[in-house]
Design a protein around this ligand. Structure first.
Ligand SMILES: CCCCCCCC/C=C\CCCCCCCC(=O)SCCNC(=O)CCNC(=O)[C@H](O)C(C)(C)COP(=O)(O)OP(=O)(O)OC[C@H]1O[C@@H](n2cnc3c(N)ncnc32)[C@H](O)[C@@H]1OP(=O)(O)O
Ligand SMILES: CCCCCCCCCCCCCCCC(=O)OC[C@@H](O)COP(=O)(O)O
Length: 290
């Protein structure tokens, strides 16, 4: 019989999979990360048509759509969908300093970047009218690329500094004319080793060129609950702090390095404080040591 045959195969296969997952921590870790990717892909595929229908294309307004599903007046679809993921993975965010986002007009937000899980931390506190800078390759991640495109993410080619610089100077103009905030990960890549990488300078050039404040945001280290080397992915608590804005009015291109160093030092100290880790053995600051 059809259903009998199905049961004959499906049941032992499911049991075997459960046993394998139980036996192999690596497999368990991979399965959990894969489930996160699949969730992102699926949620994006379901959300993209709503964004397209509502606003007819790419706009920062997609971040604050009326939620058609629950009919709440000011729900922001992408933000709220991603915010719900944390319950599935048992993650909690303790956020401090949200009042610092209350600046008039545009600003550059800089934060540390540890893993793909950062998307949850980003959406947890994302202010209105804020777009992110992302690597161009993300555009090709299927429906996730599409939802990022629709949400207004600005894609840069990291391999070409001149291309990235010209894209970012276009961003500067849009920021002031359209009153848009920009979120940048100044480390330029993910880094989960319990410290910050040296900062790239694009974010600080942008802030000075447009004379807007820089607002640093720091997420505590994920290493206690998420560590690919140790196949660790459990529930956990993330401390988040939005730091006071650093104003750039009057600064010129010669101040970029100093602004970058100030942000780096402040964020690194905050990172260690939030993570409950002491400074690295000799307390060296790789960025300043270069
Ligand atoms: C509904 C369900 C949905 C579920 C799914 C979830 C969807 C969620 C939706 C939406 C969330 C989206 C989230 C996206 C997240 C993406 C994350 C990433 O992809 S992170 C990687 C890419 N981001 C960056 O790389 C930015 C930071 N990078 C920079 O700013 C760099 O500075 C860059 C690329 C512009 C250049 O990088 P260089 O590697 O060449 O290094 P340098 O040292 O910074 O620059 C070289 C020289 O050029 C000067 N320079 C840089 N920028 C300049 C400028 N604008 N003007 C003049 N000079 C500049 C610098 O001063 C430096 O010169 P001197 O060494 O100081 O002499
Ligand atoms: C159809 C093809 C499907 C391919 C797999 C889809 C995987 C979906 C993953 C969803 C993750 C959500 C967004 C991730 C953003 C992110 O964190 O990207 C990493 C980059 O910032 C830094 O890149 P890197 O230099 O590689 O560290």
């Amino acid at each position: 019989m059809e259903s009998g045959g199905l049961l004959l195969w499906a049941l032992p296969s499911a049991l075997l999979l459960a046993l394998l997952l139980q036996l192999s921590p690596r497999l368990r870790f991979r399965a959990k990360v894969l489930s996160y990717c699949a969730l992102c892909l699926m949620a994006s595929a379901l959300t993209a048509p709503a964004c397209l229908l509502w606003n007819g294309g790419r706009t920062v307004e997609n971040m604050r759509l009326v939620c058609l599903i629950c009919l709440c007046p000011v729900h922001r679809i992408i933000k709220n969908v991603v915010r719900s993921f944390k319950y599935l993975y048992g993650l909690r965010f303790d956020v401090k300093g949200l009042e610092h986002f209350q600046v008039e007009g545009p600003c550059v937000i800089v934060s540390n970047h540890q893993s793909v899980l950062d998307m949850m931390g980003l959406m947890e506190i994302l202010p209105d009218r804020c777009v992110q800078i992302g690597k161009r390759e993300l555009l090709y991640f299927g429906s996730v690329g599409l939802i990022m495109y629709l949400g207004g993410v600005i894609f840069i080619n990291r391999k070409s500094t001149s291309n990235a610089k010209s894209v970012m100077s276009g961003v500067g103009q849009a920021m002031t004319t359209d009153n848009v905030k920009v979120w940048i990960y100044p480390e330029g890549t993910r880094n989960g080793n319990g410290d910050l990488l040296p900062f790239k300078k694009g974010a600080f050039h942008l802030a000075i060129q447009t004379q807007v404040p820089v607002i640093p945001v720091v997420y505590s280290s994920f290493t206690t609950f998420y560590n690919p080397e140790k196949n660790l992915f459990t529930s956990g608590r993330i401390r988040v702090e939005v730091l006071p804005p650093i104003h750039t009015s009057g600064m010129t291109a010669t101040d970029v390095t100093e602004l970058c160093d100030t942000c780096y030092t402040t964020m690194r100290e905050t990172f260690f404080r939030l993570s409950g880790t002491a400074r690295r053995v000799n307390g060296s600051t790789p960025h300043l040591a270069q």
